[in-house]
Design a protein around this ligand. Structure first.
Ligand code: ADP
Length: 527
């Protein structure tokens, strides 16, 4: 029942509908072949009596009873999930078989000699005939009901109906057999040997088994169908051993080997259901875990995405507010300085475009396969960014040096993203140098072409420097040592650089400060 309430079970993952694979068919065929070999080996000694084995019968019946009742419980649990009429019919069959095995063992001659009721000569054989002919009828019902649409509504009523109906029929009929020994067919001549009339039962049973097999084999076998075929074949082998090979002699070698086949057939379905439901459970547990992991990853990505948008857009927004203030001030002057206001508005437009490019590039970073790549001149980008930061450098008392290699090869990249990388690195350098007093605040931007086809850009500062204890943590999302920091900048830079096939790393600047360096493959190399 747990399956249905907690997880939606895919049709293909149902024990009763999943098609049996080759390895299962191979295992089933091997099992039946093994049983046939046993049958052939036992045949010559089948009629040897094994006297004194009656006390084993209650244990045998108890084993069958327990195994068939557990099978009933599992089949009803499956019915609770799948609501298939066929499963209900099969559960009814196992319930019938399990309930009738107990009176069969109780009435067996010399097993419970003191039991006054049911010690008639024909009782045990009649219960056996009833049991043997009854079970295949349920299998026929299973095979015929396989295509019926599932039960709608509550599963409890059909389950209660089947339990009540089958229990009533099984116990009522065996009760009648026990008390009405006089009117029963004369199956037995004495306690050990069957009469000629008994030999009507095996052929009738075989016909029913054959019908069941025919109906089951009509279409591709599900796992349950396959093992039900094996169950019927095992019961057939049991019947052949009991009725033909042993010629109806009770408690002989062939009879006991036949009974062992009966026990095997009772446990096959139990084992299959246990194995299949356990492996189904494992599959479902794995898929639930994978789904949970996926959800967590999606949440982290969303957090990273929203934090990085906030981080990257903060700067152009701040600059727009500053320029808007300046524009208002220019317009408030007497006479209004429209040329200055126009320039401020122009800067707002530029920052607005920049913010939208940033959003686009952040989105592009998290959208698979939509990475715009063009040839980018890193020297030009660095000069552009350095120029944009000019007033910032001036206000913070920072001197700037650029050492850019002439004729630097182009790289293939997303210009807005690479621009943002340079901005982030420069932002960090500026912030690291602000608290510095008593030495020169110097920012150096260099570019080099390396012999291995890579272009390397470094941003060096003489700031507070990197704390060696933090190591690679500075590249982790949300790692920050600043009171108002977000810890997204370096994470963003590294993701972008790596998405471009490059590397980003940090090192110490001697004697003071930090160096952040990234390398990117030359455009020719990538293409
Ligand atoms: P944020 O700037 O919001 O803190 P970053 O991911 O850009 O986030 O940086 C993470 C941390 O790395 C910073 O808080 C700082 O401790 C360290 N860091 C980055 N760049 C430098 C630098 N140039 N000098 C010293 N420390 C740096």
């Amino acid at each position: 029942m747990w399956l249905g309430h907690t997880v939606k079970v895919d049709r293909a993952e149902r024990v009763s509908t999943e098609t049996a694979d080759r390895s299962q068919v191979r295992r089933a065929v091997l099992l039946l072949a093994g049983l046939l070999v046993v049958l052939l080996m036992v045949a010559p000694i089948a009629r040897q009596p094994l006297s004194g084995t009656e006390p084993l019968l209650p244990a045998y019946a108890a084993a069958i009873f327990v195994s068939e009742m557990v099978t009933v419980a599992l089949l009803l649990a499956l019915f609770g999930v799948q609501r298939s009429w066929a499963l209900l019919a099969l559960a009814g069959g196992y319930l019938f078989s399990g309930l009738t095995v107990i009176p069969w063992a109780f009435t067996f001659p010399d097993v419970f000699p003191g039991w006054a009721v049911g010690d008639g000569l024909q009782t045990t054989a009649s219960i056996a005939a009833f049991r043997r002919l009854g079970f295949p009828l349920f299998v026929l019902a299973y095979a015929l009901l396989r295509d019926r649409p599932p039960v709608h509504g509550s599963a409890s009523w059909p389950i209660a109906g089947v339990i009540a109906g089958v229990t009533g029929v099984a116990l009522g009929a065996t009760g009648l057999i026990i008390v009405g020994d006089d009117v029963l067919p004369r199956f037995m001549t004495d306690k050990r040997n069957v009469a000629a009339v008994w030999f009507v039962v095996p052929p009738a049973t075989i016909v029913l088994y054959a019908c069941g097999l025919g109906l089951l084999l009509r279409r591709p076998l599900s796992v349950l169908d396959l093992w039900l075929v094996v169950v019927l074949c095992t019961l057939l082998i049991e019947l052949v051993l009991l009725s033909y090979v042993s010629a109806g002699l009770r408690l002989g070698v062939g009879w006991w080997v036949g009974r062992a086949c009966g026990l095997l057939s009772a446990t096959i379905m139990l084992l299959v259901l246990l194995l299949e439901t356990t492996s189904l459970y494992a599959r479902l547990a794995r898929s639930v875990a994978a789904e949970r992991r996926g959800r967590n990853n999606r949440i982290t990505t969303m957090e990273v995405l929203s934090a990085s948008i906030a981080h990257e857009v903060k700067q152009p927004l701040a600059s727009m507010v500053t320029n808007a203030d300046a524009g208002l001030r220019w317009l408030a002057k007497e006479p209004p300085r429209s040329d200055e206001a126009k320039a401020a508005l122009g800067r707002i437009v530029r920052d607005g475009h920049r913010a939208s490019r940033v959003i686009e590039s952040v989105r592009a970073m998290y959208t698979k396969g939509s990475q715009e790549r063009v040839a980018v001149d890193l020297n030009a980008r660095i000069e552009e960014v350095v120029e944009a930061y000019e007033s910032e450098f001036r206000l913070s008392g920072i001197s700037v040096e650029t050492d850019l290699e002439p004729m630097l090869p182009l790289v293939l990249g997303n210009p807005a993203q690479l621009h943002q990388v340079a901005c982030n690195l420069i932002d960090n350098a500026v912030e690291a140098m602000r608290p510095v007093a008593g030495r020169r605040r110097l920012l150096r931007a260099t570019s080099r072409r390396r012999s291995d086809g890579e272009v390397v850009v470094s941003i060096e500062d003489t700031g507070t420097g990197l704390d060696p204890a933090h190591g690679e943590d500075i590249f982790e999302p949300f790692f920050t040592t600043k009171p108002d920091g977000m810890g997204m900048g370096l994470m963003f830079c590294r993701s972008v650089v790596e998405a471009h096939g490059g590397r980003l790393w940090a090192s110490a600047n001697i004697p003071h400060g930090a160096v952040l360096t990234f390398s990117l493959p030359e455009a020719g190399e990538e293409g």
